[in-house]
Design a protein around this ligand. Structure first.
Ligand code: FE2
Length: 297
């Protein structure tokens, strides 16, 4: 049998991202929701790869035990001093901001697998040409969050010039249900052992296409509204702490003034046509940068 794996998925354990003075949650999806979302999209394997966190992956794995046709792989998207790297089959967290060499040693000491996400991205920290001197199991041929015409194209070119060197991977990089299901990695068999074997033998098959731009808009609106709801609950003193929940922790730590400012800023952002204008501006910039890089190739 052939399995469909989404090899790059985030939950709200991925924390926050900063845009200037504004902070947005990376995701408002719980680990349990991401299991259900990926099942709905036809996956039978899910690698939970939060930014510098593994708690969400363990929760997803525990939750998915009720399905005998579904596998959760404990992963992490580790921020290293040299760019991001994905690890699969971890037993414990690998801390961020070590060198890539130290990080690779730690991945191997856990007998885990290592994959370069969006290896040639020009706007997300990544390994670029370091992939040639590292002992990586795979690289992403398709990253679902990269709609620009350069990043995935260049990774596929490097893969075709080096057949059999890395397992070609395709992960959604979904931070939201809306950006999931457009791309996946196929492997022969099912479950953790077969997934491992496929990566080691470089027999994975990258499938699908990056998620359409409008789904990225849906994601940004989803996180903004999700954060708004938490802000309102905390202002009404109705928000209960949940251990190690990064979203609630953050909202409970900020002042009422910041909560109100967040509410106003968020309301301005989700008001049409703002999110669409933002998406058009970002896509235009990405295309221009990507085309300049393609000319240099
Ligand atoms: Fe990611």
């Amino acid at each position: 049998m052939l399995s469909k794996a989404d090899t790059h998925v985030h939950t709200y354990y991925s924390g926050y991202t900063k845009y200037g003075i504004l902070k947005f949650p990376e995701s408002v999806e719980t680990p349990e929701m991401q299991v259900e979302n990926s099942r709905r999209c036809g996956m039978n394997t899910l690698c939970v790869t939060d930014h510098d966190a593994v708690r969400g992956a363990f929760i997803a794995k525990e939750y998915a035990k009720k399905y005998d046709d579904f596998t959760v792989i404990i992963g992490e998207e580790i921020t290293t001093a040299d760019g991001e790297v994905l690890a699969y089959d971890l037993n414990e967290l690998i801390p961020p901001m070590l060198s890539i060499d130290e990080t690779m040693d730690r991945i191997r000491s856990q007998d885990a697998l290592a994959v370069a996400p969006h290896p040639f991205s020009f706007y997300v920290p990544c390994l670029k040409d370091r992939i040639f001197d590292l002992d990586l199991d795979g690289i992403e041929a398709i990253n679902g969050g990269h709609v620009d015409p350069y990043t995935n194209h260049h990774a596929q070119k490097v893969l075709s010039e080096n057949p059999g060197r890395w397992a070609p991977m395709s992960g959604s990089d979904a931070h939201s249900r809306y950006t999931m299901g457009y791309n996946w990695t196929e492997y022969e068999g099912s479950g953790e052992e077969d997934f491992r074997k496929a990566l080691k033998n470089k027999t994975t098959k990258p499938c699908g296409v990056p998620a359409p731009v409008f789904t990225q808009v849906q994601w940004s609106v989803q996180v903004t509204i999700g954060a708004q709801k938490l802000m309102i609950q905390s202002l009404r003193r109705k928000l209960e702490p949940i251990p190690e929940n990064p979203l609630i922790d953050k909202v409970l730590r900020i002042s009422d003034l910041k909560r109100v400012a967040g509410l106003i800023g968020g309301a301005m952002y989700v008001m049409p046509p703002m999110p669409f204008m933002g998406a058009i501006a970002a896509t235009t910039w990405l295309k221009r940068q990507a085309n300049a890089l393609l000319k240099k190739e």
